[in-house]
Write a protein that binds this ligand. Sequence first.
Ligand code: KDG
Ligand code: MG
Length: 402
Amino acid sequence: MKIVDAKVIVTCPGRNFVTLKITTDQGIYGIGDATLNGREKAVVSYLEDYLVPALIGRDPQQIEDIWQFFYRGAYWRRGPVGMTALAAIDVALWDIKAKMANMPLYQLLGGKSRERILTYTHANGKDLDSTLDAVRKAKEKGYQAIRVQCGIPGIEKTYGVAKGEKSYEPADSDLPSTEMWSTEKYLNFIPEVFAAVRKEFGRDIHLLHDVHHRLTPIEAARLGKELEPFHLFWMEDAVPAENQESFKLIRQHTTTPLAVGEVFNSIHDCRELIQNQLIDYIRTTIVHAGGISHVRRIADFASLFNVRTGFHGATDLSPVCMGAALHFDYWVPNFGIQEHMAHSAQMDEVFPHAYQFERGFFTPGETPGHGVDIDEKLAAKYPYKRASLPVNRLEDGTLWHW
Ligand code: KDG
Ligand code: MG
């Protein structure tokens, strides 16, 4: 069996997505997500100029050898661009293998370990009242786990807060826009938000919060401690995690569970965090961390240390990634939760999929492969439009983490 074609498809049905479609000489094809928010074209070039030419003619059944070839063989290992490109190849090959076996992907991974997949969605508002309204709406849709973000008094634009009724979409301008940040204002306000949410909705709902890398370790320790009475499911990305050791300090001070890893792309980014039990959930997901072959290694390693998965699932991860992630979630023994931000109807039309949502839970569907396809004709109607993530500055002008 041979790979005869590998095509990179870029489309923008409301936001940019990059998809790799690998076709075999037996007519079976597989697709993989290659979207790296705000850096899409870098992955396109990496695939088209370097990986695809070396992929044509290979046997698509040799997923592991192909993975090793592009990882070890590249000499330049890891990094978000390379690992996203490699993930797209890997997921497309798993899709092909599962289609050949006439099985849904989760069966090939080892079968399901649960009947349905717990997901959390986002609730946000520019102030406390609109945030409480958003939580109410998410609950009405059946969600049992909700990530709560709220505008901070005195800060004009806050991470995670949508402008209007639409989903929050951070890559909102051609070149990076600037947002402002004040740690003091944030730290003084957020505990009030969770106190109000618990007061209004009680204890019977999982609450999550994303700090989005804004704090120092000691500040994160303070926040974790102050949030303890509200029993969060997790506090996410409390500090930038280049320094894995910094989580020790947070851990020493708080029992609020910690999640991290949506920007990681390799097991080496989280090895110390996991083996020292400094986190509770690892968020590294299929599309940005080398695909199923690599994330499976991370999840297995994490299981040895009681760390569970909590895959990233914002709108910039395409339905192709969502499909593959849901098959993985269905199987992985140490599953924690899956993030879900609904794609628009237009996006869902470009990527028809078998996965289904019902009252806060997903199932991946029984279609052979990962169950997500791409309508190429429709995709061609939506040309790429550059969109950048914002940057963040402190009130005195210092560039800060976004
Ligand atoms: O591309 C960046 C977004 O996916 C990210 O800002 C969303 O932090 C995020 C989350 O937890 O969904
Ligand atoms: Mg996040």
